[in-house]
Write a protein that binds this ligand. Structure first.
Ligand SMILES: Nc1ncnc2c1ncn2[C@@H]1O[C@H](COP(=O)(O)OP(=O)(O)OP(=O)(O)O)[C@@H](O)[C@H]1O
Length: 231
């Protein structure tokens, strides 16, 4: 089943158009990357199905159903959880409270605090500290844990490697591969190509708000990458 599909989508911030005729689809069990330089519209793909950027022409389907008017919980209810760029951890809440917030969408599934703590043991140790007192890597783990608490079928990761040390990025890659192995589909927005190559099977390359290339990571050459992504 299709978990998320864009068909010929244009999207806007006010009158400023960012996405131009974007089409792609993610099915159950798939691991898809969206690539491209800064400012080409990668985050706007996420913002469009979250209802932050407005949909012009085209159609978005969530869990196989046309989205209609998108509200802020529409994607989460349809089984799509987002780990946003910049993480958006709430400093006034403890680590544990940030995690519990993720379950507010009330979708059934197997994720519990205990299971998140088993995936990221450091979060168990620091569960009573403020979410923003954690290191950058730990905050990224918290953002991932919070998204998992919503029991997603599709986990969307917007630049998860941003600002993190290589050793932490490797650890996160292991976690993403493990989650995929357990059946969670992934949409990875990234410029860190070795992370993308480890995690994703297929890619869509964005340039100036349009998909200019799609294919498998195995076929993507370094030359193509240099053309579209700063490597
Ligand atoms: N909330 C917003 N309101 C108005 N314009 C925005 C908003 N968010 C992004 N933009 C603009 O939309 C364009 C695409 O931005 P977007 O964040 O989608 O790019 P990106 O590919 O994710 O880049 P980056 O890698 O830097 O995050 C940019 O020109 C940006 O300035």
């Amino acid at each position: 089943m299709s978990l998320l599909a864009f068909r010929d989508v244009d999207s806007f911030y006010g009158r400023a158009q960012v996405l131009r005729g974007v089409s792609f689809e993610i099915g159950a069990g798939e691991r898809v990357a969206i690539l491209g330089r800064n400012g080409v519209g990668k985050t706007t793909v996420v913002n469009t199905f979250l209802g932050i950027a407005s949909l012009g022409k085209g159609e978005i389907t969530l869990a196989g159903k046309p989205s209609g008017r998108i509200r802020n919980y529409t994607a989460a209810r349809a089984g799509i959880s987002v780990v946003p760029q910049g993480r958006r951890i709430i400093g006034a809440l403890s680590v544990k409270e940030n995690l519990v917030l993720g379950s507010a969408v009330d979708r059934k599934g197997s994720w519990t605090l205990e299971r998140v703590f088993n995936l990221f043991p450091i979060l168990r140790e620091r569960q009573d500290t403020s979410g923003t007192a954690l290191s950058g890597g730990q905050q990224q783990m918290l953002a991932i844990g919070r998204a998992l608490m919503a029991n997603p079928a599709l986990l969307v990761l917007d630049e998860p490697s941003e600002g993190l040390a290589p050793v932490i990025i490797d650890e996160l890659a292991d976690v993403f591969v493990r989650l995929a192995g357990e059946g969670t589909s992934l949409l990875l927005i990234e410029q860190h190509i070795s992370l993308v190559r480890r995690v994703a099977q297929t890619y869509h390359m964005l340039s100036k708000g349009a998909v200019v290339e799609s294919g498998t990571l195995a076929e993507l050459t370094d030359e193509q990458l240099k053309r579209h992504v700063a490597v």
